[in-house]
Design a binder for this molecule. Structure first.
Ligand SMILES: Cc1cc2nc3c(=O)[nH]c(=O)nc-3n(C[C@H](O)[C@H](O)[C@H](O)COP(=O)(O)O)c2cc1C
Length: 325
C-alpha cells in the first residue's frame, strides 16, 4: 500500500525528556482493558484480512502473536463470510487467541445495501468476536469500480444498530481520518469506541489508482493522494469532542514512540496495520520481533518522561507541539 502527503502529524510533537524520571523502569505498567478483556499493552493489530486461504494463514499468525504478546486484534471485513459462508473459516482464529480482544469488521455502508442487525450478529458470532467495528470508507467505494457509494442516512442506521446490538459497536475509518464533529455525532449515536485511522499511512486512493482499470478514476485518484486528516490531529480533535468514548489511534503508526505520542494526545490505544503486514507474511519470528520492538519503544518512551503507567502517559503535559518552521 502506498502513502503520500504530509505524514501522520506525530512528527510535529515531541516529548519533554525527563532526566530524573523518579520511577523504576522494570516496574512500568502498560496493562489495560478493552471490550471487557485485559491486555498487557495498549496496542492493537488493525483490521486487514480474511476471505482467502492466504488470508487465513496471515490471520492465524496475527492471532497467535496477539495472544502471545497480549495485544488486541481486528479482523478484515467479514462481508465475504456473510455473503459466501465457505470463506468463514479464514476469520475463525479464536482458538489461536482465546484471551485476545477480537473485533469483527464490516463496512458501515453495507447497512444501506441489505445488511442489518442479523448480518452484524452473524459476523460477531461466526468469528467469536468481542465487538464489531463498522468501517467508513466513502472515498474508497467511490474509486472502486462498482463500489457501494450511497452513504446517505448512515448515522441513523448506526444509531439503531447500537441500540439493539448485544455487543459493543465501534466505528473506524480506513486511512482518511475521523474528525471531532463526526466523532461527537458517533458518540451521540451510541458507539462504544472510535478508531480514527487517520492519514499519513495507507492511502486507499493510491491503492485504487493502481488497481483500477478505469482511466478516469485513476487520473482522479492522483488528486487525492494526500487527502485526509492526519492521525495526530484526529486524536486531538476526537479526544476533546467525544470524551469518555474509548479512542484508538491508527493510521501510519510505525513505532512505539508514535503509540506513546498518540496516548499522550488522548488515545486509549494505538493500532498498527500496514507496518505488520509484511512481517506477518514473511515469518512468525519476524512478526513477534516487531511487536516486541514496538512494546519496548513504548516502555522506553514512558520511562523517558517518567510515566509509570498508562494513566500517567494519557494526556500528559510532557508532550509539546513544535512550532511550524
Ligand atoms: C492490506 C490492508 C487491508 C485492510 N483491510 C481493511 C478491512 O477489511 N477493514 C477495515 O476496516 N480496514 C482495513 N484496512 C485499514 C486498516 O485497518 C487501517 O485502518 C489503515 O490501514 C490505517 O493503518 P496503517 O496506516 O497502519 O495501515 C486495511 C489495511 C490494509 C493495509
Amino acid at each position: 500500500m502506498t502513502s503520500k502527503g504530509g505524514g501522520t502529524g506525530f512528527q510535529h510533537y515531541r516529548f519533554r525528556h525527563r532526566a530524573l524520571p523518579e520511577i523504576d523502569y522494570a516496574a512500568i505498567d502498560t496493562s489495560t482493558n478493552f471490550v471487557g478483556r485485559a491486555i498487557k499493552v495498549p496496542l492493537m493489530i488493525s483490521s486487514m484480512t480474511g476471505g482467502t486461504e492466504e488470508a487465513a494463514r496471515i490471520n492465524i499468525k496475527l492471532a497467535e502473536a496477539a495472544e502471545k504478546r497480549g495485544w488486541a486484534m481486528g479482523l478484515g471485513s467479514l462481508r465475504a463470510a456473510i455473503e459466501q459462508p465457505a470463506t468463514a473459516a479464514s476469520y475463525q482464529v479464536r482458538t489461536y487467541a482465546p484471551n485476545v480482544p477480537l473485533i469483527a469488521n464490516i463496512g458501515a455502508v453495507q447497512l444501506n445495501y441489505g445488511f442489518g442487525i442479523e448480518q452484524c450478529r452473524r459476523a460477531v458470532e461466526l468469528s467469536d468476536a468481542d465487538a464489531l467495528v463498522l468501517h467508513l470508507n466513502g472515498l474508497q467505494e467511490v474509486f472502486q469500480e462498482g463500489g457501494n457509494s450511497n452513504f446517505g442516512g448512515l448515522l441513523r442506521k448506526i444509531e439503531q444498530l447500537c441500540k439493539v446490538a448485544e455487543f459493543p459497536v465501534g466505528v473506524k475509518e480506513v486511512g482518511w481520518g475521523i474528525d471531532g464533529v463526526t466523532a461527537r455525532a458517533l458518540k451521540e449515536a451510541g458507539v462504544s469506541f472510535i478508531d480514527v485511522a487517520g492519514s499519513g499511512g495507507t492511502s486507499w486512493s493510491q491503492v485504487e489508482k493502481f488497481r483500477s482499470t478505469n482511466n478516469l478514476s485513476k487520473a482522479a485518484a492522483e488528486a487525492f493522494a494526500d487527502w485526509g486528516t492526519p492521525t495526530a490531529q484526529c486524536v486531538v480533535e476526537v479526544s476533546e469532542a467525544a470524551t469518555d468514548t474509548y479512542l484508538i489511534a491508527s493510521g501510519g503508526l510505525v513505532s512505539g514512540v508514535d503509540a506513546a505520542k498518540a496516548i499522550a494526545l488522548g488515545a486509549n490505544m494505538a493500532s498498527f496495520g500496514r507496518a505488520l503486514l509484511a512481517p506477518a507474511v514473511h515469518s512468525e519470528a519476524e512478526l513477534n520481533q516487531l511487536l516486541e520492538r514496538l512494546e519496548l519503544e513504548l516502555r522506553i518512551a514512558m520511562f523517558g518522561i517518567g510515566a509509570a503507567n498508562l494513566q500517567e502517559l494519557h494526556r500528559t503535559n510532557r508532550i509539546v507541539q513544535l512550532r511550524a518552521e
